[in-house]
Design a protein around this ligand. Structure first.
Ligand code: DC
Length: 248
């Protein structure tokens, strides 16, 4: 996806915000969640919580300790032991596992694959959801994931659910990888996106599902600034409704 500047008037929203909101962004892989939540949180002066990175950190820890994705008891113990943290470095959010910056290593194809399996473990989900609630409870946070609006914060102030066709998401991923010099095949990349969708939507615990009260944005034919414009309009609209409902 291309990135242009955020339209001007939108960046003024944060200054006039009284209540610090909880904003949920859910949707499948490759739909633009990471870029959008980064810009949205930055513009609002909010914390950006990439919940996928937390599951990835668990998968990395499991792989380093030789724990199999099917060993739920060991994964539960692991979640009790490890410390996952976030910190802003050079303007970007970094993920830490027991104090080590693992932001890059959790993105490898091996860890991505293992994460999908580890994220299906109910004990892991329970531990991560508890931590996400702790981190987001005070508001002033944009959480991106798969189950934020349905499970983690069903009472979130604003919920977005992003969609895009598997072809377009596969194509975006293909171009991203090619730009990094990785040899990839387009048809295979699209098939991988479809396989990830199937795994995300069919797991028993917290499958990817749109919350009934989520604002759905289809990003198939939109670029990042266009989606952001819609998101900021929804946030501004929420604020106006809250202000109108306050007693004079
Ligand atoms: O968003 P991502 O690609 O970094 O997510 C990595 C994996 O974690 C992916 O398989 C989906 C899963 N995940 C999840 O099950 N629940 C979340 N809230 C976030 C991610």
């Amino acid at each position: 996806m291309v990135f242009r500047r955020v339209p001007r008037p939108l960046s003024r929203i944060s200054a006039s915000f009284m209540k610090k909101l909880i904003i949920a962004i859910d949707g499948p892989s490759g739909v633009g969640k990471s870029t959008l939540s980064k810009v949205l949180s930055h513009e609002l002066g909010y914390l950006n919580l990439d919940t996928g990175a937390m599951y990835r950190a668990v998968a990395l820890a499991a792989s380093r300790q030789g724990i199999a994705a099917g060993d739920y008891a060991a994964l539960q113990r692991l979640c009790d032991e490890i410390v996952i943290g976030f910190a802003r470095k050079d303007g970007a959010e970094h993920v830490f596992l027991n104090g080590e910056d693992v932001s890059a290593v959790i993105r490898s194809p091996e860890i991505s694959l293992l994460t999908a399996a580890v994220a299906a473990c109910p004990e892991v989900r329970q531990a991560m959801v508890a931590r996400q609630r702790e981190l987001g409870a005070g508001g002033g946070v944009v959480l991106e994931g798969r189950d934020i609006g349905t499970v983690v914060f069903p009472q979130a102030d604003v919920k977005f659910f992003l969609r895009a066709s598997a072809e377009v998401r596969g194509q975006r991923r293909f171009l991203e990888l090619r730009a990094k010099g990785v040899e990839v095949d387009l048809a295979r990349t699209i098939a991988e996106v479809e396989a990830r969708d199937a795994a995300d939507t069919s797991r028993t615990t917290s499958p990817l599902r749109q919350a009934d009260d989520a604002v759905v944005i289809d990003t198939t034919e939109l670029d990042i600034p266009q989606v952001l414009e819609r998101m900021f309009a929804v946030v501004a609209d929420h604020r106006r409704r809250v202000e109108r409902s306050q007693p004079e």
